[in-house]
Design a protein around this ligand. Structure first.
Ligand SMILES: NC(=O)c1ccc[n+]([C@@H]2O[C@H](COP(=O)([O-])OP(=O)(O)OC[C@H]3O[C@@H](n4cnc5c(N)ncnc54)[C@H](OP(=O)(O)O)[C@@H]3O)[C@@H](O)[C@H]2O)c1
Length: 216
């Protein structure tokens, strides 16, 4: 698949490298090609990736991964232009910093970042995914000591065909994809990210853990 990744930082860079390795073609969309604080890993990926301005990247692909900081989301969506009918994989988390240095979700529990993104881009097929744990696990999903268990990739959205695409993209990286329901389920997936971040901090910034599902 041809995948446009808007925001080529830790999450966008890790996903781009991993999907390129799985055979997908990556178009990193950045504000000023060659000038950003973070540089997309196009040299590392080689022929499987390119970098373009945000609007061109979004225009070039029907699958868009949004991986910017939450405060940048409105600008990024505006810069992308017409998105109707495209799949938008929302990896963002609406985090805000409290006075004591801790983190909260800035939107409360009666909406979610994913639902707000859908309002900003009418007609786009938003799927929330790749948000519930750290980027280190997107770069490498392997847990060799987990007795065959794979990390789960929870996702949600209202558009079935878009969810099939995301399911495949998650499986391609070695995750067990789990469809959690409609886009409103992002109200549960975004707090799950906060739990991961709080555990990560509590465990001296250990990023080598993720979520798995036991069933019987
Ligand atoms: N870090 C994690 O482990 C993790 C895991 C899951 C989800 N998330 C969520 O994923 C999102 C990205 O996190 P991150 O850690 O990857 O952040 P990051 O490393 O700071 O990267 C953010 C990227 O977004 C770009 N950007 C900023 N404003 C933009 C705009 N208006 N238009 C286009 N690109 C813009 C930045 O480009 P410049 O270099 O030009 O500033 C940078 O490449 C956040 O919402 C975060 O909550 C993070």
């Amino acid at each position: 698949m041809k995948i446009a990744i808007i925001g080529a930082g830790k999450v966008g860079g890790a996903l781009g490298k991993a999907w390129a390795k799985a055979g997908h073609y990556i178009i990193f969309g950045v504000r000023s090609p060659g000038q950003g604080k973070t540089q997309p890993p196009v040299a590392e990926i080689g022929a499987g990736a390119t970098v373009q301005a945000v609007a061109d990247a979004a225009h070039s692909s029907d699958i868009i991964v949004l991986a910017t900081p939450w405060p940048a989301v409105p600008d990024a969506i505006k810069a992308m232009g017409e998105l109707r009918g495209k799949v938008l994989i929302d990896c963002t988390n609406p985090l805000s910093l409290n006075g004591d240095g801790s983190l909260s979700l800035s939107l409360g529990s009666t909406t979610s970042g994913a639902e707000e993104i859908e309002k900003l881009a009418p007609g786009v097929h938003v799927v929330k995914a790749f948000n519930t744990y750290g980027w280190e696990n997107f770069a490498d999903a392997a847990y060799p000591n987990a007795a065959g268990l794979k990390p789960v990739m929870f996702y949600c959205g209202d558009h079935d065909a878009a969810k099939v695409t995301v399911n495949q993209l998650a499986a391609d990286l070695g995750f067990e994809p789990v469809d959690t329901g409609g886009l409103g389920m992002a109200r549960s997936l975004e707090p799950l990210a906060l739990l991961w971040i709080r555990l990560n901090i509590r465990e001296s910034r250990n990023a080598n853990f993720t979520w798995a599902r036991l069933t019987r």
